[in-house]
Design a protein around this ligand. Sequence first.
Ligand SMILES: [Zn+2]
Length: 271
Amino acid sequence: MIKFRSVALLAGAALLGTACGPEAAPQEPEKQLSWEEFRASVYQEPWEDGVFIVDNDIPLATEAELREYFEQSLKGEVGSHAGGLAVYYSGGQDIKWQGSAALNITYCVSTTFGSNYSKVVSAMASAAGAWEAAGKVDFIHVSSQDSNCTSRNGNVVFDVNPVNTSQYLARAFFPNSSRRSRNVLIAGSSFGNISPWTLTGVLRHELGHTLGFRHEHTRVSSTGCYEDAQWRGLTPYDSGSVMHYPQCNGSNNGDLSLTNSDKSGAAALYP
Ligand SMILES: [Zn+2]
């Protein structure tokens, strides 16, 4: 039986949060949580229709999805899937952009970033470029929507918005998320000193989720950061993956960057 990591690690600020740096990895004792305890521990974004955040930067839109996540985590066993990138796998299929949708992943960048707007536009373009160079995907910035860049804007696939939280540096979504949850939200702390990471590195990780890639550290139990078994390995396990939290026994000590294995995995999913 897989147990949940501590409440603090699950719901709080580990990587892509601000509490600890990449090398600070407080290993707190594992604890079996009831649904009620788990539900109470999960951070919910504090505005109308705010989503639930699990695994530090993954949004779930409804309580039903949260319950499903909880049950999956309880019954899940660490996958033994043969081969470092893993795609979200649920209901017998890969969760990915199908066909031409992969070449038309449009987004807006909210002008409410103010003085950080240009920085975000540039970091998004650079992070998107890293994945575009690896797999047959195309992120397209539709700047004409930037002044109306909300989660209700149906003219783009997703929106990029600032958020005022200390729960994470940034969070993203998966290809099967509803439009309302399809946001890349960037906290103000991401514009401060997050060395050895950069905003671009954080967005490389987040855009990996938007393509369907799971946290690499959920693949082996020795990371101490198991999430659930809803994934399919695309390459052998890679402790240096851009999708691996460094503090989960990862080997990536610098910025979050695509490894050769990440590039192979992206090419395998989006040939
Ligand atoms: Zn993540």
